[in-house]
Design a protein around this ligand. Structure first.
Ligand code: ATP
Ligand code: MG
Length: 131
C-alpha cells in the first residue's frame, strides 16, 4: 500500500443505513500510524458496523474510507467510484486485521496460534514473524 505519510485510516463522511435505520451518519475519523484509537458508544450505536465497513464486509452508502491512502473497496476513475472485484477486495483485506465480536476460535489451537493463523495461512508469513 502507498502513502506512508498520510493517515493509516481515513474515514470521510461515511454513511451507512440498514433500510430506514441510519447507523452511520457522516463519520469522519483519522488514525495515524502507531496510534491506538478506541470507539466507544452504546450497544447498537454502529461500532461494529463501522469496523466492518473498513474492510468492506459492509458497503458504505456514501463517503470514503481509505487505509494507507488506498481507497477501500473501490477504484476511482474520473469523478466516479467503481466497486472492486472480490479478488481485489480480498487482497486489501490481507493487510487489515479484525477480531469479530462473536469470534470462533479453533479449539485445538492456543489463543496465540489462532491469532497467527491469518498471517500464516493467508499471507504465508513464517510462524516466528507471525508470533
Ligand atoms: N446486517 C444487519 N442488518 C440490519 N441491521 C443491522 C445489521 N447489522 C447491524 N444492524 C443494526 O445496525 C445498528 C448498529 O449495530 P452494530 O452492531 O454496529 O452496533 P454496535 O455499536 O457494534 O453494538 P454492540 O455494542 O452491541 O456491539 C443496530 O441497530 C443493529 O441492529
Ligand atoms: Mg459491536
Amino acid at each position: 500500500m502507498t502513502d506512508q505519510n498520510g493517515p493509516k485510516l481515513l474515514a470521510e463522511n461515511v454513511h451507512k443505513a440498514y433500510g430506514r435505520n441510519e447507523v452511520l451518519r457522516g463519520i469522519d475519523m483519522q488514525v495515524r500510524t502507531g496510534e491506538v484509537a478506541c470507539i466507544i458508544g452504546p450497544s447498537g450505536g454502529g461500532k461494529s458496523t463501522f469496523l466492518r465497513c473498513i474492510n468492506h464486509l459492509e458497503k458504505i452508502d456514501s463517503g470514503r474510507l481509505s487505509v494507507d491512502g488506498e481507497l477501500i473497496g473501490y477504484h476511482q476513475r474520473g469523478g466516479k467510484l467503481y466497486e472492486m472485484r472480490d479478488k481485489e477486495v480480498a487482497a486489501q483485506r490481507r493487510s487489515i486485521g479484525m477480531v469479530f465480536q462473536r469470534f470462533n476460535l479453533f479449539p485445538h489451537m492456543t489463543a496465540a496460534e489462532n491469532v497467527m493463523a491469518g498471517p500464516v495461512v493467508v499471507r504465508g508469513d513464517n510462524k516466528k514473524k507471525a508470533r
